[in-house]
Design a binder for this molecule. Structure first.
Ligand SMILES: Nc1ncnc2c1ncn2[C@@H]1O[C@H](COP(=O)(O)OS(=O)(=O)O)[C@@H](OP(=O)(O)O)[C@H]1O
Ligand SMILES: [Mg+2]
Ligand SMILES: [Mg+2]
Ligand SMILES: [Mg+2]
Length: 436
């Protein structure tokens, strides 16, 4: 059923949070752009030890990484287009059986990335576990919605060459688009030695509200995440364009969702397991000629390990993670800063880039975390120098299908072992008296 924007807190003209902020604090895009120092040149920004695997092509999974980064870049481009239309058309937002929202972008990204992976590696060699299915789209009254998805997918794929990807020879039919979505099976038990996991739009609520969201793609081999790619279209390349809104405890971009022309407004972050480095690159610019391959800069977690000056981030929605439990932990560990509430896996990007030191998520008892909500972020944080475990300090288990089986209590990601130990000990001390 269509969701009503009134229930989602959407301001149909501008990004949700920006409309509620004191506008005098927000420089407009032109001011920011004019006052910015030189934009980085389009070369790989490397040291002798760190060579972007996209440029060097030297790593064992370099082809997979090339395709995955290109596909996520293209998906971000798709999302930005859909987002501007979405603000004027609520019919493109639907509710799933669990009442969570799903949009034309979620299905279109899943179809697009599924098609690209199959085309690049051969459909027989590609196994994908992704969030969306074709149930809603296959209903008799979903004709217009399905038509819109098919059109969005074809529009996007027609520009594939701009992202270093092959274009389809002809437009995809409705059944081909449905097949591409359906090919990403929930029922897979994850026993395949190698599979991809995809969250086409993570933080759909953030996406609808013009706030943070992410496209998350990861490759898993023998239960280990070996590649992670996170597209964060509203998470700026430049730290100074991040803005902390004290009233809402939110990391936001100083640039509104409407300024999709701005190439530093969003980023794609990626890492390969064992490389010891994570990378961030700007989004490929809309409406420009070929700009591939893109440049990237290495990113690293924060070196802060004193809780008194560390910052933690957590989901925006109380329903998704207990804010009161994390407030108690923060108090006992000595975290003094207000939490940053960020939609989506952009939280993982925030830790990897050193914008915050801790991420905590404690879902309600009975909720089972999905692999696509964490896989890409985990390898990115680990390669950027951080630690990610469940709240008992155990590694997350990606080898049992769509759920993070055996996850104990919650997810903790930290910039370093010191803070991580402190949080795990605090969870131990307060778990039994919590209502979780
Ligand atoms: N009840 C409940 N408890 C815990 N987690 C849940 C729950 N319901 C949903 N989800 C998952 O949360 C994903 C969004 O996570 P966020 O960290 O972005 O949450 S928040 O929107 O900022 O509150 C969200 O991902 P998307 O569906 O891709 O948006 C869900 O997978
Ligand atoms: Mg998600
Ligand atoms: Mg999603
Ligand atoms: Mg969802």
């Amino acid at each position: 059923m269509p969701l009503h924007t009134a229930n989602l807190g959407i301001n149909v003209r501008h990004g949700f949070h920006l409309s509620r902020m004191n506008s005098t604090n927000i420089p407009n895009y032109a001011d920011l752009h004019n006052s910015s120092p030189k934009l980085p040149s389009r070369i790989s920004c490397t040291t002798s030890k760190q060579l972007d695997p996209l440029i060097s092509g030297s790593e064992s999974l370099s082809q997979e990484l090339q395709i995955a980064v290109g596909a996520v870049q293209m998906a971000c481009f798709l999302c930005q287009r859909v987002q501007s239309n979405l603000l004027n058309n609520n019919a493109h937002i639907q509710a799933k059986d669990d009442h969570s929202p799903v949009t034309v972008a979620d299905w279109s990204v899943q179809a697009t990335i599924s098609w690209v992976l199959s085309k690049s590696f051969g459909s027989k060699n590609v196994s994908i576990i992704a969030e969306e299915d074709v149930q809603t789209l296959s209903k008799p009254d979903a004709g217009q919605l399905l038509e819109c998805v098919v059109e969005t997918v074809n529009e996007c794929l027609s520009e594939a060459h701009r992202f270093g990807l092959e274009r389809p020879e002809r437009t995809l039919s409705t059944s081909e688009v449905l097949e591409a979505i359906a090919q990403c099976s929930h029922s897979s038990d994850g026993s395949t030695a190698r599979f991809w996991t995809l969250d086409p739009v993570d933080g759909t609520l953030g996406f609808i509200r013009g706030d943070q969201y992410a496209v998350a793609l990861a490759l898993i081999e023998d239960g280990e995440v070996v590649l992670g790619v996170l597209g964060c279209p509203n998470y700026p390349m430049r730290k100074e364009w991040l803005c902390y809104h004290p009233r809402y405890h939110r990391i936001i971009s100083k640039l509104s969702a409407a300024t999709s022309e701005c190439w530093d407004k969003g980023c794609v972050v990626y890492a390969q397991k064992g490389s010891g480095v994570a990378w961030m690159q700007p989004l490929v610019r809309a409406n420009k000629s070929l700009v591939w391959p893109n440049y990237a800069i290495p990113i690293r977690v924060s070196s802060v390990d004193d809780p008194a000056i560390a910052t933690f981030c957590e989901p925006v929605e109380k329903a998704n993670s207990s804010h009161s439990f994390t407030a108690g932990l923060a108090h006992s560990v000595g975290l003094r800063n207000q939490p940053l509430r960020v939609y989506s896996m952009a939280k993982y990007a925030a830790i990897a880039r050193g914008d915050a030191e801790i991420f905590m998520k404690f879902a309600k008892a009975g909720y089972k975390e999905k692999i696509w909500d964490h896989a890409a972020g985990v390898v990115i944080i680990q390669e950027a120098g951080g630690v990610v475990t469940d709240a008992r300090g155990r590694p997350l288990n990606f080898s049992n299908g769509m759920y993070l089986e055996g996850l104990d209590r919650g997810v903790i990601a930290c910039s370093g072992a010191n803070l991580h130990d402190k949080i795990i000990r605090a969870v131990d001390a307060s778990w039994n008296s919590s209502c979780l």
